[in-house]
Structure formats: structure tokens, C-alpha cells
Design a protein around this ligand. Structure first.
Ligand code: SF4
Length: 470
């Protein structure tokens, strides 16, 4: 094989850059992704920005790029004309008429957009119902150059100017100190969750409070309330139940999630209906409407029907509660996941939902990341609360140690943003633990959520400074 120069690709690309740029700029308009990069890094003549109605626009903070549904940037701070500075969202589109063409005007998710940023105003400029800013006349460099820059790593990096006011004092801490600070914030979060559980336990008992926490966690943020309601009906649902399938029929029936017709070709659905026909009358006073459930944005493995099927196994196999007690009392080496995984379910191990084809191989009803979520948000706080109530400080310390040692949970948009604002990019490696994640979430709750993107009046930088001196 002939030896190819290791830099052939890069050199070829550099030699042909002009042609590549020309190809990009053949298009009369940049892509929305290029516009988002331009806005994020403010590659604009910022002193000379004017809204389509002629008023000057001052961007005090461009906001944080939102990669999920909704407006493109969250929490921007913008001043238009003589109005006071406002905090809100930014939507980016190619032309101003897209505001209505994309139905943003009647979508509540876009209600807090304070500025519609477009490449150019088209014939329908007046169809937007809020201030709009065209970028085309205000770029700080020729478009072809910006298109090439938008493809480079420079455009991908987190702009240092968007870091929080606490980033500088946090840099003064040694990695050890910063870890300690986050661990302390994480313990505050643990105690807050424990307090919520303890309040519920005072009304309904410790075991019921645990089940409610478990059900809520299985509902994710979309379905917390219907799950809570099903947990409240636990005693009635399990009474005189003949097996896990019978309990699945009751849970799905009361939830309003059983399809109305029992398709002849689905024997599992038929067996659910065999049970539910007999039980339905007894539960007619507690049936939930299907409209209570949210399915958007849920992966197949996280659909509520599948989570309820798993809950039926836990409720029917009574040892779960005892097993959790043993797990907590045992050495930290014993794993939680095997306790939470159900035996192979004849139907649910092979299907994501009630409809759909059989999977080529069985899938567990619970994975590592959900087990972690249950551990840090429900189980460990529950053990901590119970230990505190029983004045068992040794068990409290045990719960804290388990909490701090737990491996990292699944990443999410809130954590990513918090990491970037507090620690910049690339984030320190030690941030990849559940304790650091929980600490970051507590700081967001205590500080970031009470101010704007400019960190106005935030006291966390003072806290970090005091911590360094302590
Ligand atoms: S709001 Fe406070 S805690 Fe959040 S990034 Fe700004 S200074 Fe840091």
C-alpha cells in the first residue's frame, strides 16, 4: 500500500478552501445553523443593530442555545429602543414571515420570545407580532467567511463571554476544594428530597411514601401526577390480585391506557382484558382519563405502559421492600440494579409497547440510568429520612456516603449548561459523578434560577470566594 501523507486531507482542504466557500455561498441564504452560530458568538456589528421598526437593539446577553424543542435561545437579555432591558427567548428564522408560517404566533412554547432574529425581512415583515432583527446588514465579516468559520471548531466552543460570574472565583479553588463545594451542595439536595419524603411519610407511612416516590420517578417529568395517583391507589390495586399480569391489567385499566378493543391477534392484550372485564366495575370511581398522560419526547423504553408493567412486578413480588432494606444495610459493593430488574416478562421483555412487532432479543424493563435516577432521587433520600427520623446517625452517614459515591446519572441539558456556565469548556473530569451532578443541580436551583443570564445580583460568586477563604 502506498504511503499517504498524514496531512493530505487537511492540506487538500486548505488548498481548495476558496472553492469550498464558493460552493457554500452559492446559496443566497445561510443555513439556520450558521445563523445560530453567528448569534451565539455575536459575530455582528453590535453597536449598529436596528430592529425592523428602526429602533436600536442592544444585546446584553444572547441567551443559551437550546438544542431541544422551542425557541433557539433561552434567557437572552435585550434592550430595544428606550424600553427597559428584558429577559426572554430568541427565535431564529431565515425570513420574518416564518414566524407565522411555522405557527410560532399561536404556540405557547414561543410566548416568551422577545426578539425574532431573521436573516432578512421578506415581503411579509409585518406578519411577525413582536420585534424582529435582520442579521444580513449587520455581520462583522463577509458571509462566506462566516460560513467557513461556522464549520470550524472555533464556532463549536462555548463562548467564554457566556460563562457565569462565578466562573472566576471557582477557578481559584483547587480541584479538591471545588469537589468538596459541589458535594456539600449535593448533600443539601439530598436533605431537601428527604424532607419532602418525610412530610409524605407522616401522612401515609414510610412504605407508602417510598412507593409514591418510586412511581413518580417512573413517570419522568411528563407523567409525575398520574403516576402519583396510581401509587395512592396501591393498596386497592394489589388487593386480591392473582398475579403480575392481573396487576398489570388493573394498573393499565385504571390508568386509562388499555386500548378499547382487544385485538384477536394479541394474546397478551386478550389476557389483560380477561382480567379487566371482571375488575372494571370495581374501579369505576377511580379511572384516569387517557388525556392525563403525556407521550411526547418519551423514548419507547420509557413509555408509561412499560413502566407500569415493571411496577406490577415490583408490587406483586413482595420482597422488593425487604430486598431494598438488605441492600442498604449491606456493604457498598452490593449492586442495586439486579434487585430492581424484574424476571423476564413474557410480553414486555419482547415489546416496547402494546402495539408493534416483537423485538429480536429481550430488553430489560429497567436500565442502569433509571436505576441511578431512582437511587439518587428516591431510595437514598428515603433511607436518609428514615434514619434521621429514627435518630440513627450511622445510617444517615451511610446514606450520604452511598449518595456521594454513586456513579454519574444520564446527562441532560440543564447539567450541560450549568457545567459550561460554572466551569467552562472542557469541563474538569471530576465533574462526572452523581454527587457533582446533584451539586450542580442544587446550585442551579438555589442561584441560577433566581436571576438572569447576566447573573445579576447572584450571591454564588460570594459563596465561592468565602469557601476558598474558609
Ligand atoms: S447565576 Fe450565579 S451560579 Fe449561576 S452561573 Fe451566574 S453566577 Fe454562577
Amino acid at each position: 500500500m502506498s504511503a499517504v501523507r498524514p496531512d493530505f486531507y487537511a492540506e487538500w482542504r486548505a488548498r481548495n478552501e476558496a472553492r469550498l466557500q464558493l460552493r457554500e455561498s452559492d446559496s443566497p441564504q445561510p443555513s439556520e445553523r450558521v445563523l445560530q452560530s453567528i448569534w451565539r458568538h455575536q459575530r455582528l456589528r453590535r453597536d449598529d443593530l436596528r430592529a425592523l421598526d428602526g429602533r436600536p437593539v442592544r444585546v446584553l446577553h444572547p441567551g443559551f442555545w437550546n438544542k431541544e424543542a422551542g425557541p433557539d435561545f433561552r434567557g437572552a437579555v435585550v434592550q430595544i429602543g428606550d424600553d427597559p432591558a428584558r429577559s426572554g427567548d430568541i427565535e431564529i428564522d431565515l425570513v420574518s414571515s416564518n414566524w407565522r408560517a411555522h405557527s410560532h404566533h399561536d404556540n405557547p412554547a414561543y410566548a416568551s420570545v422577545i426578539l425574532h432574529v431573521v436573516w432578512s425581512a421578506d415581503d411579509h415583515a409585518l406578519t411577525t407580532d413582536r420585534p424582529a432583527l435582520a442579521l444580513e446588514p449587520s455581520l462583522d465579516s463577509p458571509l462566506a467567511e462566516l460560513q467557513s468559520w461556522a464549520d470550524s471548531p472555533a464556532a463549536e466552543t462555548w463562548p467564554a463571554a457566556l460563562q457565569g460570574s462565578c466562573a472566576a472565583p471557582l477557578r481559584q479553588l483547587s480541584p479538591d476544594q471545588a469537589q468538596q463545594l459541589l458535594s456539600q451542595a449535593a448533600l443539601v439536595r439530598l436533605q431537601r428530597k428527604a424532607r419532602e419524603i418525610e412530610i409524605r411519610a407522616r401522612q401515609s407511612g414510610w412504605e407508602q411514601a417510598l412507593w409514591e416516590g418510586i412511581f413518580r420517578a417512573l413517570g419522568y417529568k411528563q407523567n409525575v401526577w398520574p403516576m402519583q395517583r396510581l401509587a395512592e391507589l396501591r393498596a386497592r390495586l394489589v388487593a386480591e390480585c392473582s398475579g403480575a399480569v392481573h396487576l398489570q391489567a388493573r394498573l393499565l385499566g385504571v390508568a386509562g391506557l388499555l386500548p378499547a378493543d382487544a385485538p384477536a391477534l394479541n394474546p397478551y392484550l386478550r389476557s389483560l382484558w380477561d382480567h379487566w372485564w371482571r375488575d372494571r366495575e370495581n374501579f369505576s370511581d377511580v379511572l384516569l382519563p387517557k388525556t392525563l398522560w403525556r407521550f411526547n419526547g418519551l423514548r419507547p423504553a420509557n413509555q408509561p405502559q412499560r413502566r407500569l408493567a415493571l411496577a406490577a412486578h415490583w408490587l406483586f413480588a413482595k420482597p422488593l421492600f425487604d430486598n431494598l432494606e438488605k441492600w442498604f444495610a449491606a456493604d457498598e459493593s452490593s449492586s442495586l440494579l439486579p434487585l430492581l430488574q424484574s424476571p423476564v416478562d413474557d410480553f414486555w421483555s419482547w415489546h416496547w409497547g402494546l402495539s408493534g412487532n416483537r423485538l429480536p432479543k429481550p430488553q430489560p424493563l429497567l436500565g442502569e440510568s433509571r436505576a441511578t435516577d431512582l437511587a439518587v432521587n428516591v431510595l437514598i433520600p428515603w433511607f436518609w429520612a428514615r434514619a434521621q427520623s429514627g435518630k440513627n446517625t450511622a445510617f444517615q452517614r451511610r446514606a450520604e456516603q452511598k449518595y456521594l459515591d454513586w456513579p454519574a446519572a444520564q446527562d441532560n441539558a440543564v447539567l450541560r449548561l450549568a457545567r459550561q456556565r460554572l466551569f467552562g469548556q472542557p469541563p474538569p473530569r471530576w465533574l462526572n459523578t452523581a454527587a457533582a451532578q446533584q451539586g450542580l443541580l442544587q446550585i442551579v436551583r438555589d442561584f441560577c434560577q433566581h436571576t438572569n443570564a447576566l447573573c445579576a445580583d447572584c450571591l454564588f460568586p460570594n459563596l465561592a470566594q468565602d469557601f476558598a477563604r474558609s
